[in-house]
Design a protein. Structure first.
Length: 306
């Protein structure tokens, strides 16, 4: 067996691997898959862009689904929360928020995947959400992601040091600044030139910091995917994570004009959810799913969100 390649982790992969490892080491995950019938909902989504000729202003299904999940979270505030838990002392505290900051994985212009914090998405209209996402993409094109991620990593390390995590701090410094695994960041004139770019035109650690929840969309990444995500990492201190799956044709039960059940082909969009069982039980999610049931049963409501 011949080795074909060896690639040492860059800083983005280092951060992702560290956070996901911590997730599975510390969080008891409970997973759910919700499968709404969305035939009428998808038709309403198309209406949102009627008469719009500017591609940058068109409202995507991804944006509408972000809004749907935000509305569900507003109905179930314990899901839009951060958890502090000390297992040794068996002490826990759940902090809820009046806004929804969505950690959203996004494909960057260089082909890399990065999770961007879309701030206060729960209180934005669909048009405002579209503008916010487009602005993040624009600023990402001007950003050196190694620099942004290093800012985030350094900030996280310093906060850990303040909490007395001295060994962790030393290990991270050794891991990022020595040998073949050294993180390469800008220096000299290149660094000066980069940081002369206004923060309104590039991403900063504010754009990468932890949100109140994470929402991924594999349906937008691969529309032909037939299935559903069954497990996804909850990034502490968040207590839940979502995955929007591809819309799929499936047999669904509907009622005919006489009120009798019949089977026909419909559109189903699976939505995967994982919750931190330390903080939440299924009962905490019922208001969330009830809100989504309401939206999908009355999809014309999305026209008021525009």
């Amino acid at each position: 067996m011949a080795v074909t390649d060896r690639k040492h982790f860059g800083i983005a992969r280092k951060i992702v691997s560290n956070m996901t490892a911590e997730s599975w080491e510390t969080i008891p995950h409970a997973g759910l898959v919700y499968e709404p019938e969305v035939t009428k909902f998808m038709a309403e989504c198309k209406k949102l862009n009627e008469g719009c000729t500017d591609k940058s202003k068109k409202i995507t299904i991804n944006t509408v689904m972000l809004k749907v999940i935000c509305e569900g979270l507003k109905a179930a505030p314990n899901m839009n929360a951060h958890l502090e838990f000390n297992r040794r002392l068996v002490r826990g505290c759940l902090t809820t928020y009046d806004h929804v900051d969505v950690s959203m994985p996004m494909m960057l212009p260089n082909g890399e995947m990065m999770t961007i914090n879309m701030h206060d998405m729960g209180n934005k209209s669909l048009t405002e959400m579209t503008e916010s996402i487009n602005d993040s993409v624009r600023r990402a094109s001007n950003s050196d992601m190694n620099e942004v991620m290093f800012e985030v990593s350094l900030d996280n390390t310093l906060r850990g040091l303040k909490k007395g995590k001295i060994a962790q701090t030393i290990n991270r410094l050794v891991g990022s600044k020595t040998g073949k695994h050294k993180v390469k960041t800008l220096s000299g004139n290149a660094k000066k030139k980069y940081y002369s770019i206004p923060t309104t035109d590039r991403l900063t650690k504010h754009d990468i910091e932890q949100g109140t929840t994470t929402i991924s969309n594999i349906g937008s990444a691969y529309r032909n995917f037939r299935g559903a995500c069954t497990l996804l990492e909850i990034i502490p201190p968040q207590v839940c994570a979502f995955c929007i799956n591809a819309t799929q044709k499936k047999p669904v039960v509907v009622q005919d004009e006489n009120g009798n059940d019949k089977v026909e082909v419909g559109l189903v969009m699976p939505i995967s959810l994982c919750i931190d069982h330390k903080a939440l039980d299924f009962g905490d999610t019922i208001p969330f799913f009830a809100k989504l049931d309401e939206i999908f049963a009355n999809p014309e409501i999305i026209q008021t969100w525009k």
